[in-house]
Design a protein around this ligand. Structure first.
Ligand code: NAP
Length: 269
C-alpha cells in the first residue's frame, strides 16, 4: 500500500511517518512531503531500515508546487494510496503567497490542488484530513479571508482550518468511492503557532503539559488501521480524536461561502 503524509518534517507528521514506517510491510511505500529538506532527509535516514520511504520537498502553500507534487506522486505511480493532509500553519502575521493569505493556502486551498489530479486518476483510496477542534471558532468571510484582510493572530488559524474542513467534506460527496475523514488530532506539544517574546515563552511552558507528538501519532495510526471511516459513501465524518462527533455548527453556517470561494479559485487554475 502507498502512504502519503504531508507536513512530515516535524511535529505530528514526523511522528506519524515514523509510526507508519514501523508498522509497514515490505510492499508499503511512504511518501513524505514538506519544505524543510534537511529535516525530511533525517526522517528518511531514520525510517529507511523499516520501509521504502521517499522525501519530496515542496512548498504546499504555493499552488503551483501542489500541482508539481501531485505530478511527482503520479510519476512514482502511487496507487491505492492513503493521503494524510497533515501540513498546517498557524500564522503569527499576515503574509501573502501568490495572492492568497499563507494559512488559507496551506490549510485549505493547497490540499485540494494537491489531491485533485490524484483523485481524478483514481490514485487515492482514502483521504485523512488533519483539521483542528479550533475550526469551530472560525468565521469565514468570502471577500476577506482568502487574502487575509480579516487577519487575526488567533482567528485566522481557526478560519482557515474551518475552510479546509468544509471543502474536504464537500470533496467526499464528489468522490463517493474514496473514504474521507476529517479529524481533530488532539492537543499536542509541537512548534505549531510558535512565536517569540514573552508570549512565546509562556506558550512553551503551557505546552509542556500537552500530549507528545508520538502519543498523537499512535492515535492517528489506530484511526488509520480502521477498515472504514465513512458511515455512508460520500459522507465524511468529523472525528474528535478517535470518536465521531457532530460537525461544528460553523461548518454548516459557512458552507456556502467557503465553497463559493474555493470553486472560483480552483476554476481559475
Ligand atoms: N499541535 C496541536 O495541538 C494541533 C491541534 C489541532 C490540530 N493540529 C494540526 O495538526 C497538523 C500538524 O501540526 P503540528 O502541531 O505537528 O505542527 P508543526 O509542528 O508546526 O508542523 C507543521 C508541519 O507542516 C508543514 N508545513 C507548514 N507549512 C508548509 C508549507 N507551506 N508547505 C509544506 N509543508 C508545510 C511543516 O513543514 P515545513 O516547515 O518543513 O514545510 C511541518 O512539517 C496541522 O494541520 C495542525 O493544524 C495540531
Amino acid at each position: 500500500m502507498d502512504w502519503i503524509v504531508t507536513g512530515a518534517s516535524r511535529g505530528i507528521g514526523r511522528s506519524l511517518a515514523l509510526a507508519l514506517a514501523r508498522k509497514s510491510s515490505p510492499r508499503d511505500r511512504l511518501f513524505v512531503l514538506a519544505r524543510d529538506e534537511a529535516r525530511l532527509r533525517s526522517l528518511t535516514l531514520e525510517a529507511a531500515a523499516q520501509c521504502a520511504i521517499e522525501a519530496m520537498t515542496f512548498d504546499l502553500g504555493r499552488l503551483s508546487e501542489c500541482e508539481r507534487a501531485a505530478e511527482a506522486l503520479i510519476a512514482q505511480d502511487v496507487r491505492d494510496a492513503t493521503l494524510v493532509h497533515n501540513a498546517g500553519l498557524w500564522p503569527t502575521e499576515r503574509a501573502l503567497v501568490d495572492g492568497f493569505e499563507a494559512a488559507y493556502a496551506v490549510n485549505a486551498l493547497g490540499p485540494l490542488v494537491l489531491q485533485r489530479p490524484l483523485l481524478d486518476q483514481r490514485r487515492l483510496r482514502r483521504v485523512l484530513v488533519v483539521s483542528a477542534g479550533l475550526a469551530a471558532k472560525g468565521r469565514f468571510d468570502l471577500a476577506r479571508t482568502p487574502t487575509g484582510e480579516d487577519f487575526s493572530k488567533l482567528r485566522t488559524y481557526c478560519t482557515t482550518k474551518l475552510a479546509g474542513a468544509i471543502a474536504q467534506r464537500h470533496e467526499a460527496t464528489r468522490h463517493p468511492a474514496v473514504d474521507f475523514a476529517v479529524i481533530h488530532p488532539g492537543v499536542v506539544r509541537t512548534d505549531l503557532g510558535a512565536t517569540s517574546g514573552v508570549l512565546g515563552w509562556l506558550l512553551q511552558r503551557v505546552k509542556r503539559r500537552w500530549e507528545s507528538p508520538e502519543a498523537c501519532a499512535e492515535r492517528l495510526v489506530r484511526v488509520l488501521d480502521r477498515q472504514r471511516w465513512q458511515p455512508r459513501e460520500g459522507v465524511a465524518p468529523w472525528l474528535f480524536e478517535e470518536d465521531e462527533a457532530p460537525w461544528p455548527e460553523a461548518a454548516n453556517r459557512d458552507r456556502d461561502a467557503v465553497l463559493a470561494a474555493i470553486e472560483a479559485q480552483l476554476a481559475n487554475r
